[in-house]
Design a protein around this ligand. Structure first.
Ligand code: APR
Length: 311
């Protein structure tokens, strides 16, 4: 039997992720949104691409959760997207309420699923999804690090005129202005990137990575990035469905790792069947460790704002 993946939020990120999963035939897909007709229309359109693409998967759109029952993975993209001039953190309380209501439905209908939050601000939403679901920590894992790392690798590849596939990099920390592109463990064909790019130029590339989301928002004017985010979701879905034990930068609950406690932060995780198999601990230098701690503090602030605005 084919696996089942639900995507909540049939907007740009959700619908594109659903399309990518369907195209590859990885799973039967359920697309959920509160807007009547939107998930049904997009799902039918995607379904009708099946004969052309050769995908035998099914996809249905719905405004409820009955059809989502028994999902293996539930991707959560529902929420308000960032607009120009709006920080990810401005979205916090609105998206907290949306994610909370969605997660309680998801946990009821798919009690054994892996929840994959994508809605921003991501780390705080993952924390919220964990709290509301009551799931074990292994089954809540957020998407951000793959996207941030994808941007970093894109810019490095462009700078060095080398294939993106030759660049190994990890961007850790919260998905925000404090994210930590770990330069010390970034290599190009096995060579440390710091040997190939001058420090000041490297810092510019790191900063462009941090501003990667805003750069797209500024071009689009309405809405934010979705091609790279949806591709990043699919890499996680693939690792989980096919039990790949792939080490990927994802947002996971830390309980002592990297000296951080009870907080969702972006770290390398081994992702396989059932979600997070383990958190991988890199040897970070003092500066990188301090940057990660600083980033975790920024996530902690959001978690506290959420706690004091419980409705
Ligand atoms: N239940 C289901 N769907 C909802 C709910 C809800 N309670 N509230 C909002 N939605 C839906 C909206 O109707 C909309 O179709 O979520 C969808 C969000 O889609 P977009 O506005 O197109 O946003 P998108 O670009 O897809 O981004 C979604 O992912 O990357 C993050 O920052 C981004 O938080 C944002 C999320």
């Amino acid at each position: 039997m084919r696996s089942k993946v639900t995507v909540v939020g049939a907007g740009n990120v959700g619908a594109t992720a659903a399309q990518r999963i369907f195209d590859r035939g990885y799973a039967d897909v359920v697309l959920v949104d509160i807007v009547e007709g939107l998930p049904q229309g997009k799902a039918l359109d995607i379904q009708e691409s099946g004969p052309v693409l050769g995908s035998d998967a099914t996809i249905v759109g719905t405004n409820g959760y009955e059809e989502t029952a028994g999902s293996d993975i539930v991707v959560i993209t529902s929420g308000i997207a960032r607009r120009p001039g709006m920080s990810r953190d401005d979205l916090l309380l609105t998206n907290m309420r949306i994610v909370s209501s969605v997660v309680s439905e998801v946990a009821e209908h798919s009690p054994d699923c892996v929840i994959l939050p994508v809605t921003n601000p991501l780390d705080a939403m993952a924390q919220r999804a964990y709290q509301v679901s009551g799931f074990p920590k292994s089954r809540v894992v957020g998407m951000a690090g793959i996207l941030d790392t994808g941007r970093f690798r894109t810019f490095l590849a462009e700078e060095l005129s080398v294939s993106v596939n030759s660049i190994e990099a990890y961007v850790l920390g919260g998905h925000g202005d404090t994210m930590v592109p770990v330069v010390g463990s970034t290599t190009v064909g096995g060579i440390p990137v710091a040997n190939l790019i001058a420090a000041d130029r490297l810092e510019e590339i790191v900063q462009r990575t941090r501003d990667g989301g805003a750069e797209i928002v500024n071009y689009l004017k309405t809405g934010s990035a979705y091609y790279a985010p949806s591709a990043s979701i699919v890499q996680m879905v693939e690792a989980i469905l096919f039990d790949k034990n792939e080490i990927l930068p994802c947002t996971a609950l830390l309980q002592g790792e990297y000296g951080i406690n009870d907080l969702f932060v972006g770290v390398p995780v081994k992702l396989g069947n059932g979600g997070v198999v383990e958190v991988v601990e890199f040897d970070l230098n003092d500066d990188e460790m301090a940057a990660l701690k600083h980033s975790a503090d920024a996530v902690q602030e959001l978690v506290e704002v959420m706690a004091s605005n419980e409705s």
